[in-house]
Design a protein around this ligand. Structure first.
Ligand SMILES: [Zn+2]
Length: 480
């Protein structure tokens, strides 16, 4: 596989420390609120990446943290504590908030067919790991105590900026609102590893440490959790592009200083979901969640389909119109798959040819739009329906769009509609499940006011020599 590496700014052949095995780490959510669909874009693309790597034959160990302590709202070491903010807003304890929003996050993931990583670790469960790392950093002079807190000394590094040049990364801090300088810091890029004194005196979660009772900084949790479950050599680190600086930069600084050798060679960053006016965030405009999509009548998988259509390194522009288009395309695809007859033997030569092509095309920097195209190509393949279904099922191991399951459900629904009295829409015809499925798809499209799709299906049926007549409570069809 070839994958763009944010650390080297180029597309590279993906290699792992142990051949055939991928140690993969994903920055997880801060569980103080529902997940925004913009954040979920990252998790969708990381899910596709993991599934592609497995599809390509790798054994993957994927680890993710859950930030339930210490994440400050500015992403630097200033601003408000996100967890405390959530607890105050809802008049609950921090742990109640964490539990509630962790469950909500995984509910959203399930609806979007995002697999749960092999290891999910709440940050509060690994305090000993952080203390072990910080102790060594203090002993070796990479960290210092000031004002009751432990800071990482960024001046000890030959190279601190990783993802961009100096000016660009600084700029990212400069534009943040309300950044207050911490006078304990020796250098402006130093960051807190352990707090005992913070402006949050009412911090609910505190632990004993060699530096006093307190709690860890945000960045240390990902290094600690990754080293515990991925080992000393991480192959692939993922996150949203806004995590690159300072979060990932600081993870690299502390991990490599602790380990004394390079830590993670490959960095995968998913770009933003924007609205037509600019970057979306929880703080402005309509708060877009999976639940809101459902309330508005969308299948959450239509959003997944929308994300797959564009490349992870491009900003994706969200609008309801764009989502409508993706939802219509998804429905149309399912109807086409439902019309395939699951009969006959799979032509393994054709199957292998399509699988190999998919592996190559999608393996070019996780080209998901090519993966989408590949499904349509499979529908047009010069082979029998059983082979087409097998190919589509194979591709769906990576896409996770429930293509075969949903198509089978549509076929079943069509079959029920054929039996008189079996549902609210009755189809009478000459007993051909493929035609029945199309007639039902036309009805569903009309019901959804997607008249263009309904007309397209009618024309397609006409081209097959089928005439459909709408009758009360259903439709009847015959060959002409
Ligand atoms: Zn992280």
């Amino acid at each position: 596989m070839y994958l763009y590496n944010s650390a080297t700014h180029k597309k590279e052949e993906f290699k792992t420390h142990t051949p055939g095995r991928v140690e993969m780490y994903t920055c997880g959510p801060t569980v103080y609120h529902f997940a925004h669909i913009g954040n979920l874009r990252s998790y969708i693309m990381e899910d596709v990446l993991e599934k592609y790597l497995r599809f390509a034959g790798y054994d993957v160990n994927r680890v993710m943290n859950i930030t339930d302590v210490g994440h400050l709202s500015s992403d630097a070491d200033t601003g408000e504590d996100k967890m405390l903010k959530g607890a105050k807003r809802e008049n609950k304890t921090v742990m109640d908030i964490a539990k509630f929003y962790t469950d909500a996050f995984f509910d959203d993931c399930r609806k979007l067919n995002i697999k749960t990583p092999d290891v999910v670790q709440p940050a509060t469960g690994c305090i000993d790991e952080y203390i072990k790392i910080i102790s060594k950093l203090v002993d070796t002079g990479y960290a210092y105590l000031a004002g009751g807190n432990v800071y990482f000394d960024s001046s000890k590094l030959e190279r601190y900026y990783i993802f961009n040049d100096h000016d660009e990364e600084d700029l990212a801090v400069g534009v943040r609102e309300g950044v207050e300088e911490d006078s304990n810091k020796r250098n402006k890029n130093d960051f807190v590893l352990w707090f005992t004194k913070s402006k949050f005196e009412d911090q609910a979660l505190k632990w004993d440490s060699p530096w006093g009772v307190g709690y860890p900084g945000w960045h240390i949790e990902c290094s600690g959790i990754s080293m515990k479950y991925n080992g000393e050599y991480l192959d692939l680190h993922c996150g949203g592009v806004d995590n690159a600086f300072p979060h990932h930069t600081n993870e690299i600084a502390q991990s490599e200083s602790y380990l004394g050798h390079p830590w993670c060679p490959h960095w995968f960053h998913v770009h933003h979901l924007n609205d037509p006016a600019g970057k979306m965030s929880k703080s402005k405009g309509e708060f877009l969640t999976v639940s809101l999509l459902e309330e508005k009548g969308y299948d959450p998988l239509a959003y997944r389909w929308f994300c797959l259509q564009s490349h992870y390194r491009k900003t994706l522009v969200f609008s309801w119109e764009n989502l409508d288009n993706a939802a219509a395309a998804y429905t149309k695809l399912l109807n086409r798959i439902a019309a395939l007859k699951p009969e006959g033997d799979v032509d393994t030569a054709v199957f292998d040819e399509y699988r190999e092509k998919f592996l190559q095309q999608v393996g070019n920097d996780l080209n998901t739009s090519m993966a989408v195209t590949a499904v349509f190509d499979a529908l047009k393949a010069k082979t029998n329906d059983a082979t087409k279904l097998a190919i589509i099922g194979e591709f769906d191991k990576v896409l996770s769009m429930s293509l075969l399951e949903k198509a089978a459900a549509l076929r079943e629904k069509a079959a029920q509609a054929v039996q008189s009295g079996g549902g609210d829409y009755v189809i009478t015809g000459e007993g051909d499940p493929e035609i029945d499925a199309k007639v039902l798809a036309r009805y569903e499209a009309k019901k959804a006011r997607n008249f263009a799709e309904a007309d397209r299906i009618r024309d397609e049926l006409k081209a097959q020599g089928i005439e459909v007549t709408d009758v009360k409570g259903g439709a009847s069809w015959k060959r002409i």
